[in-house]
Design a binder for this molecule. Structure first.
Ligand code: FES
Ligand code: FES
Length: 159
């Protein structure tokens, strides 16, 4: 097995990490960096629980090799809160009851934040489209969608 040294930025911190060729970004985050907020639901690109931002775009980290992330910027759910304060989308998902077991929540939050970053005032259709890859067995989705709408409103107030 070949090993590679990669340098990348994770939640604003520069990291130099040695990874085997076949290690996924998901495995690297959970096992090497010990950021376990990102979840392994299916390891096959089906559930969205492993969603992180790779250079600002949401990706299924179970489908990305760590070695491909040399030089990249990664944002995980741990990077959303700032100065010990939950972000607007985190506050909103709690307030709207969009979290039950919580297994999908890190991926949902990252997909939602990526949407709000590129489109601060999304339509209902755009919200549903952005979250189509994030499966949730608990909330029925409406509460999650309401939370994204609320976070967009907050953004509109604060911008
Ligand atoms: S764990 Fe990556 S999509 Fe399910
Ligand atoms: S809150 Fe349980 S899977 Fe979404």
């Amino acid at each position: 097995m070949a090993f590679h040294q990669i340098t990348l930025t994770i939640n604003g911190e520069t990291e130099i990490i040695e990874v085997p060729s076949n290690m996924t970004l998901l495995q690297m985050l959970r096992e090497k960096v010990v950021l376990t907020g990102t979840k392994n639901g299916c390891a096959a690109g089906e559930c969205g629980a492993c969603t992180v931002m790779l250079n600002g775009e949401p990706v299924n980290s179970c489908l990305v090799l760590a070695v491909e992330c040399d030089g990249a910027q990664i944002t995980t759910v741990e990077g959303l809160a700032q100065n010990n304060h939950l972000s607007p989308i985190q506050e909103a998902i709690v307030a709207h009851g969009g979290v039950q077991c919580g297994f999908c929540t890190p991926g949902v939050l990252i997909s939602a934040q990526a949407l709000l970053n590129r489109n601060p005032q999304p339509t209902d259709h755009e919200i549903r489209d952005a979250l189509v890859g994030n499966l949730c067995r608990c909330t029925g989705y409406l509460r999650i969608i309401e939370a994204v709408k609320e976070a967009a409103k907050q953004h509109a107030v604060t911008v």
